[in-house]
Design a protein around this ligand. Structure first.
Ligand SMILES: Nc1nc2c(ncn2[C@@H]2O[C@H](COP(=O)(O)OP(=O)(O)OP(=O)(O)O)[C@@H](O)[C@H]2O)c(=O)[nH]1
Length: 456
């Protein structure tokens, strides 16, 4: 997996800090050097590395840990925040009719990504048209046509036409009823002015809603400056990092993202159309730093340094059943890692939670299977359906079923489960001990599964 080395080096840094009995200037200097080495080894742009570690030293020298947080945790929090600042905040591409233009260097995966992106929108219930505007690479037309069949999208291209603007204008016209049009442009070496002029011309004449930069994660830091040239030419609105499954340093992608300062919308994790994930910076960073799902969950809580009333509020929301499908999806997303569910169910005294009882292995495996089906179904819901499940009527259930490839029966089962979970949460709310334990754990951020044993 890309960034493997960076991941293990940063985990060592985190272990060193957690293991140190006190944090002084020397430790900070040493840790900064370790982080510099780790990032440079991953081929992250030198300028970026220096500015990140300077901020770490400056914040460590001027800021004080909040009440209740140890020096060690505080340094970890600063490193986590500074690394997160490179990745930017989570932002989602809008699910609406739009024209999207893909740009990128040769062979970074634009054509493949065009197909993956088309499949993403189709699953969300939006029809898609793919336009082949790569007029330089032989076979690009056939490749995209093939992909469009694979993902059931519309397709437009003109095999012998050499002017991409003409192809695109005709395509936008002919694909009129497709809600989302995705334009695959020629791969380019950004130092080639002729090709840069070509995408500038496309951008100015077509005025796409989004210009997405497709960058190969396995490339090194030379990508940073090239991304800048592309960005200056067509002002990139978002990034898709491909080949995150590949071997390679991966620092180039991080440098490019930091250079362009546009949000990363997705990551590509393989050659197949389904190897495509919405990018979540916190989750990505937690995986990179080797924090388990629970730690990441509690790390996020600890990071916000939750106060008494905030703990109360977030807990009440959960307990009062006011959470929506998006909240439930996030929790399932964290718990559906293989083995984690088993660990939770086996350690949770379910018999003491209303309607729960000890689950044996096969039942836990079945629960995992069900979670995966539910995640596929949730992936086909629009943001408003996730945030407000009450709007999901028979027509929407039908569309979600088609988008996810699951029976309507399974979609209804998920909705039934969601409502049952909401009612269960209300029941647990009456279990004062459970609520008291959760509140104190969320506040201190030390929520451990073994604590669940103590629920009376
Ligand atoms: N492992 C892996 N391979 C990928 C991924 N995305 C694309 N590829 C492969 O990378 C190669 C290049 O992908 P294309 O989509 O043809 O690249 P392109 O950017 O359209 O090529 P140009 O038009 O020449 O710029 C193909 O073999 C793809 O299968 C990914 O996320 N992981």
């Amino acid at each position: 997996m890309v960034l493997e080395n960076l991941s293990s080096s940063l985990k060592d840094v985190f272990k060193k800090i957690s293991g140190s009995s006190y944090i002084d200037k020397e430790t900070i200097k040493e840790v900064s050097k370790d982080i510099q080495r780790a990032l440079l080894k991953a081929d992250v742009n030198v300028k970026l590395v220096i500015s990140l570690t300077n901020r770490l030293q400056e914040r460590a020298a001027t800021e004080k840990p909040p009440a209740g947080m140890s020096e060690q945790d505080f340094i970890l929090k600063i490193i986590y925040e500074e690394l997160l600042s490179i990745l930017g905040e989570e932002s989602r591409i809008e699910l609406k009719p739009q024209t999207i233009m893909l740009v990128g260097l040769y062979g970074n995966g634009k054509t493949t990504t065009a197909g993956k992106l088309a499949r993403f929108f189709i699953k969300k219930g939006l029809s898609v048209g793919l336009i082949a505007a790569d007029v330089h690479r032989p076979g690009a037309y056939e490749q995209l046509e093939q992909i469009s069949k694979q993902v059931n999208s519309l397709f437009y291209g003109e095999k012998n036409e050499k002017d991409p603007v003409k192809i695109i204008k005709n395509g936008l016209d002919r694909l009129g009823d497709a809600k989302v049009k995705i334009i695959d442009t020629s791969g380019r070496d950004s130092l080639d002015d002729e090709l840069i002029d070509e995408i500038k011309r496309i951008k100015n004449e077509i005025k796409p809603d989004e210009v997405l930069y497709v960058v190969d994660a396995t490339l090194g830091q030379q990508v940073g400056p090239q991304a800048k040239v592309l960005n200056d030419a067509v002002s990139i609105s978002g990034v898709i990092i491909t080949k995150m499954d590949g071997t390679g340093k991966g620092g180039g992608a991080l440098s490019a993202v930091a250079e362009i300062k546009s949000p990363v919308y997705f990551i590509g994790t393989g050659e197949h159309m389904e190897d495509f994930e919405v990018f979540n910076p916190r989750k990505f960073l937690s995986r990179l730093l080797g924090m388990g799902d629970i730690d990441a969950l509690m790390e996020a809580v600890k990071e916000t340094n939750i106060t008494e009333e905030e703990a109360e509020k977030s807990l009440d929301k959960l307990m009062s059943g006011k959470f929506n499908l998006k909240d439930m999806y996030d929790v399932w997303e964290k718990f559906s890692k293989p083995g984690l569910l088993k660990k939770i169910f086996n350690s949770m005294p379910l018999s003491r939670i209303p309607g729960g009882d000890k689950l044996n292995d096969s039942e836990i495996d079945r629960a995992n299977e069900k979670l995966n089906i539910y995640r596929v179904i949730l992936d086909s819901m629009t943001y408003s359906e996730l945030e407000n499940p009450d709007i999901i009527n028979a027509k929407r259930i039908k569309r979600i079923s088609i988008g996810s490839g699951k029976d309507e029966r399974e979609v209804r089962a998920l909705l039934k489960e969601y409502n049952a979970m909401k009612n269960n949460m209300k029941m647990i709310k009456s279990n004062r001990n459970f609520k008291k334990l959760l509140k104190s754990q969320m506040k201190s951020g030390n929520f451990g599964l073994e604590d669940l044993e103590n629920i009376k």
